[in-house]
Design a protein around this ligand. Structure first.
Ligand code: ADP
Ligand code: MG
Length: 863
């Protein structure tokens, strides 16, 4: 036997089996059964239980109603879907009506405090079709909605690259076909009917209010349409009001942008640092001086979608150049932009009729500022590239005026301003007299009864009452009706007081009702300007991004790159934008780079820590900056546009992913060789490192030959294999460079200067010394190295010479080298701890060989 409330709960829960249901009971949102257990754990709250009828006791956990938002945020962060079930009828007799009003999933939230402010929150859908993969994505907080199709042999890889760019909060896919998405993203499997192309087309046409998708350019894409339709079908269930935001869908092909595969996005640390996954240490962190959330979001998008079209880039650069040249204008524009909040999302919330009065007021302020920005641009930027942004800024005067007229200022206590609605004004006037009567009642009654301490007060349970202290009870007049006894006295009412009270309460109820209705009407009216507001928000974002790039360029002495469609790249005194920002401009050594017809593959040798990787990335980042339309950190840069940037950097990054590093390395190298063209820019950093010296070297050489002979792609190849330098002699378009190093007092000093010619030695032992290897070890290594270098004919015999010899007896007991002391077992431990402390991936094979030999020697001695 269960109670009606329990039955009601079970009925609702049955409709949302995959969600945690927050069930409103009075002042609490309660979770039951399994939901209670999951929720208690995620929210770190107590798990209790509750009885429903005689023999029914169920687990329970609850949060107070005012903690709803923070609880939702935590549940979503744990990856749960949450259904919020509200009381739909006022509490009274019998069972209160309840229903789910919102289903929150990570990709469908619109609540401002649950969203990242400076990044989009995308809901994506992937629909594998027969010949292609459909991909659609939407941001329900900004109204962005886009669709594409990926086809060809590499569709699955391209999908990964595209998902990496979008970094979606949630990805929808048909049940049984989620493998395609990989496990980097939160995936929601939907029943296959969501992706049915025919019904998806219908859903999409209905939402966009068209009879054919021709006008949006996706009529032919059945897989793309299926994905877009799935998004709408899913929103229909989770957040139907959001569907209204999507008044258009953008069809795009990835061909418009420079493809950046997922690992290149990571390797170049565009939006997050490789080591910690934080914004800090990324290129975006250096570039982002935007003043508005819209600008911040657009900058992030641009960074991940470099262009390949020169005309479009010149246009962007022209805009930056105007602002770069005029610091005064920049300061004025930025000061104005700083006053504008998240206008794009505010407009969307108004359209969905879920905005707060405060948000509408913020929107009005933003529009007033938009008007000033527009005037400023007309006045100061006429005839420049900025002019078109100025004309796109639409201050939506009627909308701003409406909000101004309708909405009372914050802290006014009222939502709707007096004077906006005659009906509301009349209602307010109607209770004025009674309110005044009540306000003066206390004074009047004090005079009438002679009780100086008499008080009139109000509480929720009794409404208005008159309070008289014990000592004055004998003065209470006959018309007072006693209601309640309290510690210090009694509370009374009078018939007239109650009558007036009823009037006030009823009128207040009507006023609140009318205010709600009017506010809703105002929102609807504001929402009707949604397209215009969005276009204005887009123009603001555009302006904001250009300003940010100009500001960064001016502060850091960047220059406008000269773009051309040839293949030469010339960078004079280029710098790494992130490294120079973190370690200080004056401590960064600029370097040139020339990739020409005769020098197409640059092999860069040099010891560890000498700046090879930094140089490689610096060249790629300068090209990438040029191709998003930014100025670049150099004295001069002539960039022959590239169609793609490929990187294979750092063998360490993938260990966490659990794949063999060598396997990953080869897979990525294969991907590069398959896709690069003569117009690509390729960075290869230490490839072939993950295996033994010989095959590593062999692979590295074969790769260089292939790049050189077949592809002719512009390539920078950093390697510690000095043997590769010999390639320059046989391959005409290979040139050798090295990172300059000098020695001072037997110590190696890095100059960080990229110099023609190859390195003559690797300085591994010097680096080892810098890193704190004990002197006994580095000295022994130095002597071994001398042996190796003296061995005349090639590596092979060198090792044979080195291996069996046991030259001088090192002084194991010498002071200062803690680990070399102690006989017997102590030494075995020392060998082991030395072995465990080795950072194999950062050692060159020769370092490793030397260390291994050394450790073996130590071990033998301890036997
Ligand atoms: P490699 O790849 O040769 O081992 P890195 O490129 O990783 O060396 O550089 C090692 C460190 O040297 C960097 O972290 C940076 O601090 C410093 N460095 C690199 N290039 C420069 C430069 N041009 N000017 C100043 N410092 C640099
Ligand atoms: Mg390196």
């Amino acid at each position: 036997m269960v109670t009606p409330a329990r039955r009601q709960y079970l009925e609702i829960k049955r409709q949302y089996p995959d969600a945690i249901v927050l069930f409103r009971l009075g002042d609490f949102y309660e979770m039951f059964d399994d939901d209670a257990k999951k929720g208690a754990e995620a929210l770190q709250i107590a798990l209790t239980s509750r009885t429903f009828g005689k023999s029914c006791r169920v687990p329970l956990a609850g949060v107070p109603y005012h903690a709803l938002d923070s609880s939702l945020a935590k549940l979503l962060a744990h990856g749960y879907t949450v259904a919020v079930c509200e009381q739909l009828s006022p509490p009274g007799r019998g069972l209160i009506e309840r229903g789910v009003v919102r289903v929150l999933t990570p990709g469908t939230v619109v609540e401002p405090n649950l969203l990242p402010e400076r990044a989009n929150n995308y809901l994506a859908a992937v629909a594998p079709g027969r010949y292609s993969i459909g991909l659609a994505y939407a941001d329900v907080s900004t109204g962005e909605f886009a669709v594409t199709e990926l086809s060809g042999a590499e569709a699955a890889t391209d999908l990964q690259a595209e998902l990496a760019r979008l970094s979606p909060a949630e990805v929808l896919a048909p049940e049984g076909q989620t493998a395609l998405i990989g496990n980097s993203w939160r995936t929601t499997a939907l029943e296959p009917w969501h992706f049915d192309p025919a019904s998806a087309r219908q859903v999409l046409c209905r939402a966009l209010n068209v009879s054919t998708l021709e006008g949006f350019g996706c009529e032919q894409w059945s897989a793309g349409v299926a994905a877009a339709g799935a998004i709408l079908a899913y929103l229909e269930r989770t957040n139907p009001a959001a569907i209204r935001l999507f008044t258009e869908i953008r069809s795009y092909t990835t061909a418009a942008w420079m493809p950046l595969d997922a690992s290149t996005q990571r390797n170049l640390e565009l939006t997050e640092s490789a080591r910690r996954g934080e914004l800090r240490g990324s290129l975006l962190a250096v570039l982002d001086r935007t003043c508005t959330p819209m600008g911040a979001r657009l900058l992030r998008q641009r960074l991940l979608r470099p262009l390949v079209d020169r005309a479009a880039l010149e246009q962007r650069l022209d805009t930056v150049a105007v602002l770069f040249a005029d610091p005064g204008l920049r300061a004025q524009l930025r000061a104005l932009l700083h006053r504008i909040g998240d206008m794009e999302r505010q407009a969307g919330r108004a359209l969905q009729e879920i905005a707060s009065p405060r948000e509408l007021l913020a929107l009005r302020d933003a529009l007033v500022t938009v008007g000033r920005l527009r005037r400023l641009l007309v006045e100061k930027a006429a005839g420049t590239a900025l002019q078109s942004i100025g004309t796109d800024l639409d201050p939506c005067i009627e909308t701003a005026a409406l909000i101004e007229r309708a909405i009372a200022p914050p802290n006014d206590g009222r939502t709707i301003r007096p004077g906006f609605s005659a009906e509301l004004d009349a209602l307010r006037a109607g209770i004025l007299e009674t309110q005044e009567w009540l306000a003066k009642l206390e004074q009047r009654e004090r005079e009438r009864t002679g009780i100086r301490s008499l008080k009139v007060a109000f509480n929720k349970v009794f409404g208005y009452y008159i309070e008289v202290s014990k000592s004055n009870l004998h003065l209470v007049p006959a018309d007072y009706v006693r209601k309640q006894t309290i510690v210090g006295g009694e509370r009374f009412i009078t018939p007239e007081l109650k009558e007036r009270e009823l009037q006030v309460l009823a009128a207040e109820e009507r006023i609140a009702e009318t205010e709600r209705r009017l506010f809703q009407e105002v929102q609807r009216e504001v929402g009707s300007a949604y397209r215009r507001l969005r276009r204005t928000a887009a123009a603001l974002a555009e302006l904001d991004v250009a300003l940010s790039l100009a500001e960064v360029a001016a502060d850091n002495s960047y220059v406008r790159p000269e773009l051309h469609n040839g293949e030469e790249i010339t960078i004079i005194a280029g710098r790494h934008p992130v490294v120079e920002a973190t370690q200080g401009r004056e401590r960064f050594i600029p370097n040139d780079c020339r990739l020409t017809e005769t020098e197409r593959v640059l092999i860069i040798t040099g010891p560890n820590m000498a700046g090879k990787s930094t140089y490689l990335r610096q060249v790629a980042l300068i090209v990438l900056l040029a191709q998003i339309g930014s100025f670049v950190p150099a004295e001069r840069a002539r960039i022959g546009l590239v169609d793609r940037i490929f990187t294979r950097i750092g063998a360490q990054d993938d260990i966490a992913a659990g794949a063999s590093t060598f396997m990953v390395e080869m897979a990525e190298t294969a991907n590069i060789l398959r896709h690069a063209t003569g117009r690509s820019l390729i960075l290869l950093d230490e490839i072939g490192r993950g295996t033994s010296t010989y095959d590593g070297l062999a692979i590295a050489r074969a790769v260089v030959e292939h790049l050189h002979d077949r592809l002719g792609a512009r390539t920078l190849f950093a390697t510690h294999y000095q043997e590769l330098a010999a390639l320059a002699e046989v391959l005409p378009r290979v040139a050798n460079y090295h990172t300059a190093v000098t020695e001072a007092n037997g110590e190696v000093v890095f100059l960080y200067r990229i110099t023609p010619g190859h390195a003559d030695r690797s300085y591994g032992i010097h680096v080892a010394r810098l890193a704190g290897l004990p002197a006994c070890v580095t000295e022994r290594a130095a002597s071994l190295l001398r042996d190796l270098e003296q061995a005349a004919d090639g590596r092979d015999s060198a090792w044979r010479v080195a291996e069996p010899r046991r030259p001088h007896q090192p002084d194991w007991g010498r002071e200062g080298d803690g680990l070399c002391t102690g006989p017997g077992n102590g030494r075995a431990e020392a060998v082991l701890s030395e072995l465990l402390a080795l950072d194999l991936l950062s050692m060159t094979p020769i370092d490793a060989m030397v260390r291994l030999y050394e450790l073996q020697q130590m071990g033998r001695r301890s036997e």
